[in-house]
Design a protein around this ligand. Sequence first.
Ligand code: NDP
Length: 342
Amino acid sequence: NRYITIKNQIEGEPKESNFELRTLALDISVDPGSNDIIVKNLYVSIDPYQLNRMKSFSSSQKAIGFAAAITPGETVDAYGVAKVVASGNPEFEKDDLVVGLITWGEYSVLKEGSMFRKLDPLGFPLSYQVGILGFSGLTAYGGFFEVCKPKKGEKVFVSAASGSVGNLVGQYAKLFGCYVVGCAGTKEKVALLKEKLGFDDAFNYKEESDLKSTLKKYFPDGIDIYFDNVGAEMLEAAVSNMNTFGRVAVCGVISEYTDAGKRAAPDMLDVIYKRIKIQGFLAADQMNVYSDFLSTTTDHLRTGKLHAIEDISHGLESVPSAFIGLFRGHNTGKKIVKIADD
Ligand code: NDP
C-alpha cells in the first residue's frame, strides 16, 4: 500500500519537501470475525484544517481540539469515497461503495466504530460526496442557515468565496434572497463568482491595500452577515463594516494557519456597541440539518440552480501539491484527488 505522509512537523507554509510517499505491505484479506473492511480509495478530500494537525504537538493541540495531531510516518486520515475489496463485516460486501474517513493512500483499513457508511451516490458523480454533498456542503449550509440566521434581503460578505465552502455559501445565500459579495484571489475567480455563480459583486482582495475602505465601497449600507474563511485583516475589516446586530460565522482562518504570529484583533468596542455576534462552529455540529441540507442541495443540483465547482487532481502522487496549493490559492472550488478509477 502506497501512502503519503509528512516527513516532519510543519510550521509556516507547507512545502513539497515536507511530504513523502511510503510503501507498506498490506495483506488484502480480513479475518471474518474482525469486522474490519479493506477499501480501495477512489476520491480523497483535500482540506486546509489538516495543516493544523501537522504542526508541532503543542501548537496543533492548541489549534485543534477535534482531530488528533498527525505525526511523521503515520497515514493521514481524510474524508473520501472508496470501494470495498475485502470485508469481515457482514453489513458490507466486496464492491460496495463507502464514504467516510479513509486515508491519503491507495488502500485503507476501516475498523469497526470509525466514521464511514455505505454510500448511495443518488445518481451524482462520486466526487460530489467529498464536496457539495459532503462536508463542504454541510459546512456551508449549516454555517449559513444555522449560525448566521439570515433574513431575506440581508447583505452578506463571504471570503475565500471561490473555494469549496465559500462558493456554496454564496450560492445558498443568493438562492435564499440575500445580497452577496465575495472576495477571492484572482480575476478569473472573481469572474466565476459574478458570471456563473450569481454573486451580486466580487473583488480580488490581493489588489486592495485598505480592506476597510474596500468593504465600505462594496457595502455602503453595512454588512449584516460575514461568513469568514480567512481570519486576520479581513475579519477586522468586516467587523468594522458590520451593521448593528450583525453576525459573523467563523468557519476558518486560513490566512492564520501558515503564520503563527498572525491573529485577528477586531475592534471589540465595535462588537459591543453594534451587538455583533461572532460564532465559531464545526461542520460536525450541523448534523441536525443534514437531511434538510441533502434534500435542498440535491433538488437544486437537479434543477440546475446550484453549481458544483470542483478542482480534481489525479493520482496519489499529486496529494502534496494539491494540499500545498490550498494555501497558495491554486484551487478553484472543492480540491479533490482522484486516486483510482471507480
Ligand atoms: P478552499 O477551497 O476555500 O481553499 C482554500 C482557499 O483559501 C484558497 O483557494 C485561497 O483562495 C484561499 N486562501 C488561501 N490562503 C489565503 C490567505 N492567506 N488569505 C486569504 N485567502 C486565502 O478551502 P475550504 O473551502 O475547504 O475551506 C475554507 C475555510 O473553511 C478554511 O479556513 C477551512 O479551514 C474552513 N473549514 C471549516 C470547517 C468547519 O467545520 N468549521 C469545515 C471545512 C472548512 P484565494 O485565491 O481566494 O486566495
